[in-house]
Design a protein around this ligand. Structure first.
Ligand code: ATR
Length: 294
C-alpha cells in the first residue's frame, strides 16, 4: 500500500460525508483496488455542510476519478451534477459521482446494490410480496429496486404515515400495488415467504422500538436489514422466532463494487466483490464483537 503512494501518477477516489471516520468503504475499496493492481487509492474526507460543493469541485479540479457520497450529502450531490443516470433521477440522490471531461456525472447504486446482495442470498427464490419498514431515502432506493424486480405487492410502513403515502404516490406506476400502513398493522401483513426490509435505525438510539412485539414469524419469510455492525432489536426478535435474515453488509459491498465498476469502466463481474465482502465481515467482527462481549 505504501509503495503506491510514491507514484506521481496516482489516481484518487474519495468518500465524502459527515462523519466518515467509521466507514468501511476505504477498506473495502482499497482491498479491491490493490487486488486489481491499479495505481488508484480510495480516501475518505469528512466535509462540513458549507464546504461540500467546494470539496466536489476541488476533486474535479484535482483530476480525481470520482467519489462516493454518503449521509448527509446524497441529495446535494444530485443537485451539483451536470448529468445523472435515470435511477439517480428517480432517487433524487447520488451516492456515486464520476468526473469525466471536467463534468460531474451522478449515479445511484444503493438500490441495485441492495438488490444484488439479496439475490445472492435468496437465489431465484425471490419473494413476490415485500413489506418495507421506513419511508426515507434508503426505503426509496429499496422500493425502486423492488419495482424494477417486478415484485408485485409492496406495503410501505412508517411511523409518519404521510411520508409513507408520499413515497408510495411518487413511485407508484404500472400494475404495481404500493400500499401503506402503520407499524401496528405489521403482524397482520406478514405472510409465508414474504420479504421484510427494515430500512430505519429504529431501536438503536436507546429509544424503544416502534415495531410491535411479534408473536410469530411466518414460514420462509426473510428479513433484510440495512443496518450492519450492530444487530437491531427487530432482527433479534426475528431470530428468536426462528426467522432468517441478512444484515446490511452485502448492500454496502455491492453498492461499492458497482461504484468501482462505473469509475473503472469495467464489467461488474471483474470487481472482486466476494473478497470485498469477506474483508468487510472480518473487519466488522474485529471492530464490533469485542464491544458486544464487554
Ligand atoms: P435514510 O436516508 O437513512 O432512510 P431518513 O430519510 O432520515 O434516512 O429516514 C429515516 C427513516 O427512519 C424514516 O422512515 C423514519 O421515520 P419517520 O419518517 O416517521 O421519521 C425512520 N425512523 C428513524 N428513527 C425512528 C424511530 N426511532 N422510530 C421509528 N422510525 C424511525
Amino acid at each position: 500500500m505504501t509503495e503506491i503512494l510514491h507514484r506521481a501518477d496516482l489516481k484518487t477516489l474519495w468518500l465524502l460525508g459527515r462523519p466518515v471516520g467509521h466507514s468501511l468503504s476505504p477498506l473495502i475499496q482499497n482491498t479491491a483496488l490493490s487486488h486489481l493492481g491499479l495505481g488508484i487509492v480510495y480516501l475518505a474526507a469528512p466535509v462540513e455542510a458549507e464546504g461540500f460543493e467546494s470539496a466536489v469541485r476541488g476533486l474535479l479540479a484535482l483530476g480525481a476519478l470520482g467519489a462516493n457520497v454518503t449521509v448527509p450529502y446524497k441529495e446535494e450531490a444530485f443537485r451539483l451534477c451536470d448529468s445523472v443516470s435515470e435511477r439517480a433521477n428517480a432517487m433524487g440522490a447520488c451516492n456515486v459521482l464520476s468526473f469525466v471531461d471536467g463534468k460531474i456525472h451522478g449515479d445511484n447504486t444503493d438500490g441495485s446494490g441492495w438488490l444484488r446482495g439479496l439475490e445472492e442470498e435468496l437465489g431465484c427464490d425471490f419473494p413476490k410480496r415485500a413489506l418495507v419498514l421506513g419511508a426515507g431515502g434508503a426505503a426509496r432506493a429499496v422500493v425502486h429496486s423492488l419495482l424494477q424486480r417486478q415484485v408485485c405487492e409492496i406495503v410501505i410502513f412508517n411511523r409518519t404515515q404521510e411520508r409513507a403515502e408520499q413515497l408510495a404516490d411518487e413511485l407508484a406506476g404500472g400494475s404495481h400495488r404500493l400500499n401503506t400502513a402503520g407499524y401496528e398493522q405489521l403482524e397482520g401483513h406478514l405472510s409465508e415467504g414474504c420479504l421484510v426490509v427494515q430500512t430505519t435505525s429504529a431501536g438503536l438510539d436507546g429509544v424503544a422500538s416502534p415495531f410491535p412485539n411479534l408473536k410469530s414469524w411466518p414460514e420462509g419469510a426473510f428479513l433484510s436489514e440495512l443496518i450492519y455492525g450492530r444487530e437491531t432489536p427487530f432482527f433479534t426478535v426475528v431470530k428468536t422466532l426462528g426467522g432468517r435474515g441478512q444484515d446490511g453488509l452485502p448492500m454496502l459491498v455491492e453498492q461499492a463494487a458497482e461504484s468501482l465498476s462505473i469509475w473503472l469502466g469495467r464489467p461488474l463481474e471483474e470487481i472482486p466483490s466476494k473478497l470485498m465482502l469477506q474483508t468487510a465481515r472480518r473487519e466488522v467482527a474485529a471492530r464490533f464483537l469485542p464491544e458486544l462481549e464487554r
